[in-house]
Design a protein around this ligand. Sequence first.
Ligand code: C2O
Ligand code: CU
Length: 461
Amino acid sequence: MGLTRRALMKGAAAFAALPTTTWATPEKEQFIARKASLQLLPDTYPKSEIWGYDGKMPGPEIRLPQGNSVRKTLTNELPQATSTHWHGIRIDNSMDGVAGLTQEAVERGSSFEYEFTVPDAGTYWYHSHNRSFEQVARGLYGALIVEEPVSMDIDREEVLVLDDWLLDPDTGQIAEGFGAPHDLSHAGRMGNFIGTNGAGHLTLDVERNERLRLRLINASNARVFQLALAGLDGWIVALDGMPLPAPRLVSGAFQIGPAQRYDLVVDVIAETGESAHIARQSRDGSFSQVEFKVQGQIAANTREAPNRLPPNSQSKVDLNAATKIDLRMEGGAMGGLQSALLDGERKSMRELMQAQQFWAFNEAVGGIDGPPLGEFSLGESVRLKIINDTVFPHAMHLHGMHFWEILQDGSMGDFRDTTMVERGSTREIAFVADNPGDWLLHCHMLSHAASGMMAWVKVQA
Ligand code: C2O
Ligand code: CU
């Protein structure tokens, strides 16, 4: 992922319109979910077997202009049924890829044709949505980049897909034990090997004063990355694909939860011969997540702050007239949940544990078989108050529609598709039910989604 088409635009005025007629209509493309081996660990270790789209991890980057269509025929060569979800795309419901809700899972040897338009520019991703706590951990994900019809004043762009893998230290293979009760009931499946774009320590060559657009995607099952910039000055220009009204200067650490995306514009300010970093902060210290080796100097000075990106369309939310719904999250280890409804019957925590279910939404173990959390008419405004009554953070994702985070003072915050709800805290979100269909709402700590943290809403046509 080196220089992109954008690099050719270097020097063009920001937001100069690109001719849209140069893009050909995409042909139907094959897209195979299959096993492959790749050198994930240093080469003193054997290769690791992964499950990848076209045998790659991350899968092939899908990149197209805003308003165009993706046409991909998914063929499943895996030993399990699968499906593909296009995370963050405000998509036609039948193409959302949720096995059991919007389509049947694709059995081994079968195919499913995905075809949809991408209404919004920005950084998105795709991943398995059947047994995702296992299939995403095995590598079934990739970047989906929708380009704005304007060019930014940058020198180049890099897509950075962050992940952690749980590897057997002896064999170097992805550890089995998917859905282990400890992962389900605690923070989720955490890897012991962290990397970017399928590499343990990604290193890129840059030049001093070079301006990069970085598209960060957290593809991990459960890890919340705490990141900071070193030797880079930067701004956040978009979150979960959606441009911010104004670039936001990065100062200090920022957090990227599972499934979230950050678009950054950064200037390399480290000296030639040194390295800049995206640093990852953890309890054990600060580590280099991505290293940028400064090889020379591209310009004498850095540029002025970047312009905003053009906004994607937004329906107007009516906060006062909005339908109000509460979602109380309970359960998990140390959560004190005594009992909850499972398939309509009240079960003790002990019985729930035997059923491998550890979490409840509004006193019921969540899933897609029960009634929807809400049923909305088209265009209805909704305020959803998510109350985290557990001792773990959760990354709550709504399919089909982006939502606004409502700030403590009642004002509207960022427009996102995945929001972090910290332990013991409440997060209110608001959205316009403007996309008809059945849409999931779940925790993107994928072990949590598999053990009770799953709901859905219905938007009438
Ligand atoms: Cu990124 Cu329901 O998923
Ligand atoms: Cu969770």
